[in-house]
Design a protein around this ligand. Structure first.
Ligand SMILES: Nc1ncnc2c1ncn2[C@@H]1O[C@H](COP(=O)(O)OP(=O)(O)O)[C@@H](O)[C@H]1O
Ligand SMILES: Cc1ncc(COP(=O)(O)O)c(N)n1
Length: 262
């Protein structure tokens, strides 16, 4: 069985973060492991508390995983401080981790800030250079590229700037753009659109986490980058199209849409 590790924050309502990642990896038939960066007290209406682990404790979790069951792919999500990011970068280098997908999570869909300013510089300096692919949404791509994104051309330009700066592939996700379903992959100096039909579903809590862990799952299974992105996009579309409607805010996806339950 192929294996994947998520390094991310816990979401108590189960729709984003570690919980979304483990569901996604499991539904891909990949053995899921986790190293938790922070506990969040959150639900579909917002985040009311964040309790970070210490960098040392995150390091212990990573040692336990890498020394025993080395992952075939690694997904990194919410990491809220510079110290945690440095620890992750050190451990990924120490264990020569492969297939690293970094989702530069900055703000929850409910609007809460999930990262500090010092963490943004640490991400850029320490973690991005280790990544195979970064998966920013539009607001994150604006922060990372320094340009405003108003058009498809702006998405291409932002992805190009980020890719050139950090020497990795960049998937600029379109969920916050006009048609909501078109994502732009920039890799090795060329771009390619992954287009979808916009789904009229306000329940998008965890779409980004789900997409990045689906990419990591497919990489773990041996698909190349372009196939992994295409397959991950199809999975998110299916989970969104299942029209699960839970909670009072922007609800979670149905990660198990492909399994029929009675
Ligand atoms: N209404 C929608 N219809 C179809 N796909 C969507 C919709 N909203 C988001 N997506 C898809 O979900 C994925 C996550 O995108 P996005 O919402 O931008 O990320 P994030 O959760 O990080 O903000 C992307 O593949 C995007 O195209
Ligand atoms: C612990 C945690 N990590 C990430 C997100 C972002 O979720 P989204 O996929 O909706 O951008 C979140 N709300 N909580």
């Amino acid at each position: 069985m192929k294996t994947a590790l998520t390094i991310a924050g816990s979401d108590s309502c189960g729709g984003a973060g570690i919980q979304a990642d483990i569901k996604t990896m499991t539904l891909h038939g990949v053995y899921a492991m986790s190293a938790i960066t922070a506990l969040t007290a959150q639900n579909t209406t917002g985040v009311i508390g964040i309790s970070e682990v210490s960098p040392e404790f995150l390091g212990q979790q990573l040692d336990c995983v890498f020394k025993d069951i080395p992952p075939d792919a690694v997904k990194i999500g919410m990491v809220s401080s510079g110290g945690l990011i440095e620890m992750i970068a050190d451990k990924l280098k120490e264990y020569n981790a492969k297939n690293i997908v970094v989702d530069p999570v900055m703000v929850a869909s409910s609007g809460a800030k999930l990262i500090s300013e010092d963490a943004i510089s640490a991400l850029k300096e320490k973690l991005f250079p280790l990544a195979l692919i970064l998966t920013p949404n539009i607001p994150e791509a604006e922060v990372l590229s320094g340009i405003k994104i108003k058009s498809d051309e702006d998405m291409i330009e932002a992805a190009r700037i980020i890719s050139d700066n950090y020497h990795c592939a960049v998937l600029c996700k379109g969920g916050h753009h006009k048609n909501k379903a078109n994502d732009l992959l920039y890799v090795n100096g060329a771009y390619r659109w992954f287009k979808g039909q916009p789904i009229n579903n306000p329940n998008t809590h965890g779409t980004g986490c789900t997409l990045s862990s689906a990419i990591a799952s497919n990489l773990a299974k041996g698909y190349d980058l372009i196939s992994s992105v295409g397959r991950a996009k199809d999975y998110v579309t299916g989970a969104l199209a299942a029209m699960l409607d839970l909670g009072q805010g922007s609800g979670p996806l149905n990660h198990a849409f492909c399994i029929h339950s009675e």
